[in-house]
Design a protein around this ligand. Sequence first.
Ligand code: PXG
Length: 294
Amino acid sequence: MSNAQQVYIDGKLCDEADAKVSVFDHGLLYGDGVFEGIRFYNGRVFKLKAHIDRLFDSAKAIQLTVSLSHEEVTQAVMDTIRANGLRDGYVRLLVTRGVGSLGLNPFLCEKSSVIIIASKIALYDEEKYQQGLTVVTCGTRRPAPAALSPSVKSLNYLNNIMAKIEAINAGAEEGVMLNEQGFVAECTGDNVFVVKDHIIYTPPVTAGGLNGITRRIVMDLAREEGFELREQDLTRYELYTADEFFLSGTAAEVVPVATYDGRIIGEGKPGPITLRLMEFFRELTQTTGEPIYD
Ligand code: PXG
């Protein structure tokens, strides 16, 4: 096998340069498909089952038949990481509707395609984890759940990308997205938490954010540590006046926010509860997960 990065496409591992899909794949033509971003740490895949479960739920919601079973997808993820000899990194797992005709009808696509890329990811420099991010509110709203459920992790990320463009244009690292009612939904690729008077708050999933796997871990960790945690609708006011503010996501992990719309959060550096949760999260990533190598 060559030294080039190995990409999995429909049962085969191929060199990166040969890893290609058809221009008639509805994943490309319409963003018709679903995906997961999964991390592996220290030779173990973190929360693999939760990610594969969510992938199958996203697929079911858009009536997409995954050509592999749950176990086969799990195996293919492991095989792809092993083929690249990695111990720490990131897996992008996607299922596209497959090759079809020029027309929306997804049922004319013969067979969905499973693609797995195992690589490295570093979203933010280490100093951002020590100093905190700059975040702004985006004008682009999260779509109403009745338009496209935010629980579907679909290949159509234009809504998030529009918001990310706004955040970058404003000189920020991330952007808060509100729902149609003006309540906080989430950021472009992470969920939102704030701390006020030692109580941790996060918007409910019904506010329009993704049901994040890191979000659920943070909620469990917080409760295990005896913190009071409330899922409730939040406005920008609650974010501006928070003692602490942090984001959670597979790519971002647990990352503090230092300024939001120009307001300094707390003391302008990661607060004590954020730091504790970051530490517990890091510990969990290093000590749990599905072993990749025997
Ligand atoms: N909201 C959105 C819109 C996301 O895309 C999260 C929240 C956090 O969910 P998890 O389950 O990861 O805790 C996400 C996840 C990337 C990238 O390439 C984005 C995500 C995950 C991995 C990589 O920027 N978003």
